[in-house]
Write a protein that binds this ligand. Structure first.
Ligand SMILES: [Zn+2]
Length: 187
């Protein structure tokens, strides 16, 4: 099983807030299948799908800040591309220190998916999940489809893996909150 990355509470809420605020300000707050192009337009970025060459086959995505272009690897599923785009939005919004770097920022595909990622990468993944699969919407959709997760994943246009991880994450978060409450209760 994949290890669940949960940052400390204030950072988690900040990332969640940034993702929700981005949905709100770009006018796509309640939309289940998130129109990523609308968000890109709002941020005044162009999304360019590139056909990987030998030297770029391990690049999942890259951000060209000066020209405001996001490059996304055209190979792989639509779900994967969507997650990469949302991940890059995360870097733009929660890792603003990147933007002063004159060079491009690359995201490499890990040859080993079980390898532990850098905290910054984990944060961008979390942002992507918060943006694509917001807490309230996923609760609503799981209810609506009576727990049929493949239908829910289709509605969000995310992979089953992303959806399962998201639900594990949210369950984990609830358990952690209960523990915190429990400790508080006994003090
Ligand atoms: Zn990244």
């Amino acid at each position: 099983m994949k290890i669940i990355f949960i940052p400390d509470k204030s950072r988690l809420y900040e990332i969640r807030h940034q993702a929700n605020a981005l949905r709100m300000s770009s006018g796509v707050a309640g939309i289940v299948m998130l129109p990523l192009n609308t968000i890109a337009e709002f941020l005044q970025f162009r999304i360019h799908l590139f056909q990987p060459q030998e030297d770029s086959q391990n690049v999942a995505g890259a951000i060209d800040y000066p020209r405001r272009i996001m490059f996304i690897n055209a190979l792989g599923s639509i779900n994967r591309q969507r997650f990469s785009i949302a991940h890059e939005f995360g870097h733009m919004l929660i890792h603003t220190e990147y933007q002063d770097e004159p060079s491009w920022v690359y995201d490499f595909r890990s040859p080993d998916p079980m390898r532990k990622k850098q905290p910054r990468e984990q944060e961008a993944d979390l942002f992507a999940a918060e943006l694509l699969i917001p807490v309230e919407l996923v609760k609503q959709q799981v209810m609506l489809f009576a727990g049929n997760l493949s239908s829910v994943a289709n509605e969000f246009q995310v992979s089953m893996e992303s959806l399962r991880y998201r639900l594990d994450f949210l369950n984990h978060e609830i358990v952690m909150q209960k523990e915190i409450f429990w400790i508080g209760f006994h003090q």
